[in-house]
Design a protein around this ligand. Structure first.
Ligand SMILES: Cc1cc2nc3c(=O)[nH]c(=O)nc-3n(C[C@H](O)[C@H](O)[C@H](O)COP(=O)(O)O)c2cc1C
Length: 209
């Protein structure tokens, strides 16, 4: 018995709608057992050849977090310099990381050197290992959200600099830096839509029939 009844589907739909990328966090800590439980969702994720190439680094020390924050500040300033006019004004006002407040920071890497899975499915498209990591992150994101916890994906970073600062083994590729904590607010609309940066597509715009 799966228990996937109509009530479950309604609630799952609600979870999907309320997921959100969060940049505004409360500083309240996350209970260790809840975080561990959510991290276990990685074990249920799909991966090419069952390679499970994700490597999860908890960024806990003040020094490592300061290095990541500085990395973000530099990359974000560089990104801003690439915009002009209204886009530049809007971009300058965006909050694109919750690194200052989030109580938990995690960096997820893809081990492109893994022999687990014996290369099955990744021969012609080695990027499938990174896609596997993204699939696992998505499950983790939803697991957190089901506990009322929010997550924000930070990609505005120099990955080589982060790898050096966190002493990451050669051959690991950055999937994302994730800020995790209880959200300050709940919303069913993406923040970037609310501030007028972009709009969500409706289904007909995505389908190429
Ligand atoms: C691969 C990836 C990278 C992202 N990088 C950033 C980022 O660096 N900073 C940020 O504020 N949001 C980042 N986001 C979040 C997106 O902006 C967000 O998912 C999108 O605006 C839709 O909002 P929603 O996630 O709340 O539905 C990233 C999302 C993904 C999937």
């Amino acid at each position: 018995m799966t228990g996937f009844d109509a009530d479950f589907r309604d609630r799952l739909w609600h979870l999907l709608r309320m997921r959100r990328d969060v940049r505004h966090f409360k500083t309240d800590p996350i209970p260790d057992d809840t975080l561990d439980l959510c991290l276990r969702s990685f074990s249920f994720a799909p991966s090419v050849g069952l390679s499970e190439p994700w490597r999860i680094v908890i960024v806990g020390s003040d020094a490592a977090r300061a290095a990541a924050r500085d990395n973000f500040r530099t990359a974000n300033a560089d990104a801003l310099a690439g915009y002009s006019g209204d886009d530049a004004r809007l971009y300058a006002g965006l909050k694109l990381s919750g690194m200052e407040q989030a109580p938990v920071h995690i960096a997820v890497w893809c081990d492109d050197t893994t022999t687990k899975g014996k290369g099955l499915g990744a021969g012609t498209m080695p990027e499938m290992r990174a896609y596997s990591c993204v699939s696992a992150v998505m499950q983790f994101w939803l697991a957190l959200r089901s506990h009322g916890i929010g997550m924000g994906w930070v990609s505005i970073l120099d990955p080589d600099r982060l790898a050096q600062d966190l002493t990451i083994p050669a051959g690991w590729r950055l999937i994302g830096y994730f800020c995790i904590g209880y959200p300050e607010t709940e919303d069913d609309r993406p923040e970037l839509e609310k501030v007028g940066w972009e709009k969500r597509q409706a289904l007909p715009e995505m389908l190429n029939r």
